[in-house]
Design a binder for this molecule. Structure first.
Ligand code: HEC
Length: 151
């Protein structure tokens, strides 16, 4: 019987870990901590820049984020947090649509943009379906906020 337990216990653990998803970021626990019907500010309190760094993989096909790295299909996003739309990379050809939208990449703007770029700025060339989960977006914002020049 103890032999069975010795085998079964790790197997159960392994299944639990698999269910939690690869790179468990405590998504559901953090969401609960944010309270019922959390606003963006509530989500930012439980957001994780580390989790955001992992979630940035879905952006990395088009965006580099290392300081000094070249633009890809989209502009390098190092230092983008807090800048005006379409100004972070002087040599990148942003669309007129994004430049004219006029705004600053604060938490709110990034949240709306990542939800559905085309709906926020019709005519943008960011062909991306959006990040549907609000805490995933908050994690990404927390990550972008850390990718700044040090002062
Ligand atoms: C399929 C390619 C693609 C993917 C994937 C993508 N983007 Fe973009 N992104 C672009 C393009 C192209 C632009 C320039 C849009 C324009 O000029 O209208 C852009 C622009 C941006 C800007 C504005 C930058 C500035 O300097 O004003 C931000 C912020 C941004 N993307 C964030 C993200 C994030 C975060 C993700 C992942 C969740 C992501 N993008 C995924 C292509 C992409």
């Amino acid at each position: 019987m103890s032999v069975f337990k010795a085998i079964a216990a790790p197997a159960v653990m392994a299944v639990a870990l698999m269910l939690a998803g690869c790179g468990d970021d405590h998504h559901d626990d953090r969401l609960r901590q944010a309270g019922p019907h959390p606003a963006l500010a509530d989500l930012m309190k439980v957001a994780s820049a580390d989790a955001g760094a992992r979630k940035f993989r879905q952006c990395a096909a088009c965006h580099s984020i290392m300081e000094g790295a070249m633009d890809r299909g989209g502009p390098n996003l190092f230092g983008v947090f807090g800048t005006k739309f379409a100004t972070n990379r002087a040599r990148y050809s942003y669309t007129a649509a994004l430049a004219k939208a006029g705004g600053k990449w604060d938490e709110r703007a990034l949240d709306v943009w990542m939800t559905d770029p085309q709906a926020f700025v019709p005519g943008t060339t960011m062909q991306f379906r959006g990040v549907p989960d609000a805490l995933d977006r908050a994690d990404l914002i927390a990550y972008l906020r850390t990718q700044q020049p040090s002062r």
